[in-house]
Structure formats: structure tokens, C-alpha cells
Design a protein around this ligand. Structure first.
Ligand code: DOR
Ligand code: ZN
Length: 428
């Protein structure tokens, strides 16, 4: 089976070239002779990037299939340009054992639209009391290499230390949801001038920063790999810089929403804007963008968090935190980072494909667009625009904070191991 992508511009650089893909591998770039039986994908000069990798997705299967399934979430991912996603462990039952992680992996392969890598829980039931069987999950068919209690913080420093130490033997990474729970009791929104004036109980920046600082030190001493989920404050950027300068094996992600939206949104009282960690100030957003451009923050991860209408469209304090992200990520990154000149398309490939694949230990994703490399690819029309409509997204839930917004850059095709999974907004 072969595929020819005609007239694409890898990384948006240079003149358009043809890309020949045979048996899932890029075999020629340049003017290629088209095999008779080849499928043709006309790129019309669009930008060709390595397929995106999302280190942080909530797919809700098992347990809340009324909001997202591996099927619907895979479709949203493929339409968003992703070829691999990491499915967080806070399902019901929790993915704290190999039965659940192997099920998620197998189901993802059956659906076949993206590689769905399960994240294993760090502690049993996400309760923060006892380490889960990390080794069994690592040895299962899912070969789990990322562990996280995301949704809640591994708050006990001794447990976090043990998890980091144990992870080194598995060549794994511990991804921390950094939130000191004693500082966020009852919290509803970023603690600042806005929350004070509008009457939202505050979620202070120090709750994130203190855990990141502590965990960086634990990781440094354990010589372990720490990944910081959804960095949201300027202060965390300073802590990460300090830790990286000292040789800590720490990586970090930022979500598209924390790169674009601010606590100005609190004025609306619309719970679609409720998320954890909360939307921060314009100053934080500016610093997060600069840190991503510079590499202090390694990558973008969506924290795609589907929720049912009854859990979201309610009074603010009762609403669940979280927002959809898979299908809007590229466009939000284009608005926040590419349009202001903070990243070019090669930079987008770095933060949405290469770095997340490396952090998640995926050797076949996030590879350069070059001969001999696996054909996991995304084609982007940089000049196109679209209007976001939650009801039209592939997710079962519709809780997008970008409803009605016009956004730049459209994913026009996604290719997984040489097979087109999405094209012109439709699943193939
Ligand atoms: O906003 C969030 N939603 N933050 C999290 O940490 C968890 C997630 C969810 O599972 O809905
Ligand atoms: Zn989280």
C-alpha cells in the first residue's frame, strides 16, 4: 500500500515537494514517481508536520462513556492532527492495574485512529495512600511508561519520593498534577483581584509552585524523571528554570487554554471556563508563552476533559473542572504562538510532536519528516480559518470554551503509519 502526498511543504519551509510513503514509512521526498496503485493526497502547498502527540487526554472510558469513549476521543484526536495520545488514569475503575491499562491500549488499537497509550495511576484508586503496581502495568501489553494521578496531586512527599525512585527502574516518568491540596480547599478560581472582586474562593499560585519546587528537588535527588502537568503560573516557570539549570530531569507541559484564556473570563460566571488549574492572569499567559518558545516549558498538552451537560451547565461551584481540547489545540497554538511570531512551524512540531513523543518514550512518533522515518504526519492549512461549534466536534461532550470563535489554521489530513485517518474534517 502506498500513499503520495503531493506538493507539501515540510515544516512550512522551502518549495512544495512530493512525499512517497510505502508500508508506513517515508521512502522518498522530492519529485517522486507515483506507483500505479498509490493513493494521492493533494497538499496544495500546505504545511506538513510530524503527527501531534498529546501527553494529557481524558478519554473517560471505562466509566463515563456518556461523555467520551476511546472511539469518539480517538476521532477527535485524529481530526485535531494527533497520531498518539496518552489517556489519563482517572477513569472509573481507575487505571491503576494492568487489566485496565491493557484494555485501554487494546481498545485504542482496535479503533485504529491514533495510538492510545494509557497512563497508569501512581497510587491505588488515586487515593494517595499506597503505590499502585507500576511494574505490572509497565510489563503488560500496554507497556506503560507514564504514571500520573492527574486530577489529584500526589501530595504525600514520601509517596512521591518512592514513586520517583521506583520509576527509574522502569525507565518511566511520573507526571504530577501540582496542587498542594491544603492550599486549595474550596478553591474555585485563580486567587487574585478578579476572584476577590467577583466572590470566587481563590486557588493561589503558590499551591502549584510549592509542589513543583518540592518535586523538582525529590526528582533531582532520586535522579528520576518528573513531568509537570499543565503549568499555569509565571512562578512555576521560574522554578522550572532553576531546576533545569541544576540538571534536574524535569519536563513540563502547558495547555492551549492556559496560553490563550485568562481570568477575565470569570466575569461571565459561565462554568465552561472552570478548569483545574484555573485560568490565570494576562501576565501569567505572557510568561507561559515565552517559556514555551524558549523551551523552559517543553511542550503543549491538551488536558482534553469532556464533561456531560448536567455536570458542566450548572452553578459554578457545582460544575466539574475541564474543557475539550483535542480538536482546537493546533488552532489555539497558532493564535497564541504562531501569529505573534513566538513559534514558527518547526517550533510547533517541536512542542506538539517531538518533545511530547520523547517525554512519553514513543520512538515512532514525533520523528522528523525525512526518508526512512515512520509516516505519522499531519497536514495543516495555515491560511484557512474556522469557527468552533461544540456540537460539531467529534467528542460526545461539547464543553469547548472557544464556542463561536474564529480560529486560524486547519488540520486538513492526518496520517498514521501511512494510512489516512482524517481528511477535510472527516474520519477515514
Ligand atoms: O480541569 C481538569 N479536569 N483538571 C484536571 O486535573 C482533571 C480534569 C478532569 O478529569 O476533568
Ligand atoms: Zn490535572
Amino acid at each position: 500500500m502506498s500513499l503520495v502526498i503531493k506538493g507539501a511543504r515540510p515544516y512550512g519551509e522551502g518549495e512544495p515537494v512530493d512525499v512517497l510513503i510505502e508500508d508506513g514509512v517515508i521512502t522518498a521526498i522530492g519529485p517522486v514517481s507515483v506507483p500505479e496503485d498509490a493513493e494521492i493526497l493533494d497538499a496544495g502547498g500546505q504545511v506538513l508536520l510530524p503527527g501531534f502527540v498529546d501527553l494529557h487526554t481524558h478519554l473517560r472510558e471505562p466509566g463515563r462513556e456518556d461523555t467520551e469513549t476511546i472511539d469518539s476521543g480517538s476521532a477527535a484526536a485524529a481530526l485535531g492532527g494527533y497520531t498518539a495520545v496518552f489517556a489519563m488514569a482517572n477513569t472509573d475503575p481507575v487505571a491503576d492495574n494492568a487489566l485496565v491499562t491493557d484494555h485501554v491500549w487494546r481498545r485504542g488499537q482496535e479503533v485504529g485512529l491514533v495510538d492510545v497509550h494509557p497512563v497508569g495511576a501512581v497510587t491505588v484508586g488515586l487515593k494517595g495512600e499506597k503505590l499502585a503496581e507500576l511494574g505490572t502495568m509497565a510489563k503488560g501489553s500496554a507497556a506503560v511508561r507514564v504514571f500520573s494521578d492527574d486530577g489529584v496531586c500526589v501530595a504525600d512527599p514520601l509517596l512521591m519520593r518512592r514513586a520517583l525512585e521506583y520509576s527509574t527502574a522502569l525507565d518511566a516518568v511520573i507526571a504530577q498534577h501540582a496542587e498542594e491540596p491544603r492550599l486549595t480547599v474550596g478553591a474555585q478560581a485563580h486567587e487574585g483581584e478578579k476572584s476577590a472582586r467577583l466572590g470566587y474562593p481563590g486557588w493561589p499560585a503558590s499551591a502549584e509552585e510549592s509542589i513543583v519546587a518540592r518535586d523538582c528537588l525529590l526528582a533531582l535527588h532520586a535522579k528520576a524523571r518528573l513531568h509537570v502537568c499543565h503549568v499555569s503560573t509565571a512562578g512555576t516557570v521560574d522554578v522550572l528554570r532553576w531546576a533545569k539549570d541544576r540538571g534536574t530531569k524535569v519536563s513540563a507541559e502547558v495547555t492551549p487554554h492556559h496560553l490563550l484564556l485568562t481570568d477575565e473570563r470569570l466575569e461571565t460566571y459561565d462554568p465552561v471556563n472552570k478548569v483545574n488549574p484555573p485560568l490565570r492572569t494576562g501576565g501569567d499567559v505572557e510568561k507561559l508563552r515565552a517559556a514555551l518558545a524558549e523551551g523552559v516549558i517543553d511542550c503543549v498538552a491538551t488536558d482534553h476533559a469532556p464533561h456531560a451537560v448536567q455536570d458542566k451547565d450548572t452553578e459554578w461551584s457545582a460544575a466539574r473542572p475541564g474543557m475539550l481540547g483535542l480538536q482546537t489545540a493546533l488552532s489555539v497554538v497558532a493564535r497564541a504562538m504562531v501569529e505573534p511570531g513566538l513559534l514558527d512551524w518547526r517550533g510547533v512540531a517541536r512542542v506538539m510532536s517531538e518533545r511530547p513523543a520523547a517525554i512519553g518514550n514513543l520512538p515512532d512518533h514525533g520523528r522528523p519528516v525525512e526518508v526512512g522515518e515512520p509516516a505519522n504526519l499531519t497536514l495543516v492549512d495555515p491560511a484557512a480559518e474556522w469557527t468552533v461549534r461544540g456540537a460539531e466536534l467529534a467528542s460526545i461532550a461539547a464543553n469547548t470554551p472557544y464556542e463561536g470563535m474564529r480560529l486560524p489554521a486547519v488540520v486538513t489530513a492526518t496520517v498514521l503509519r501511512g494510512r489516512i485517518t482524517a481528511r477535510e474534517g472527516k474520519i477515514c
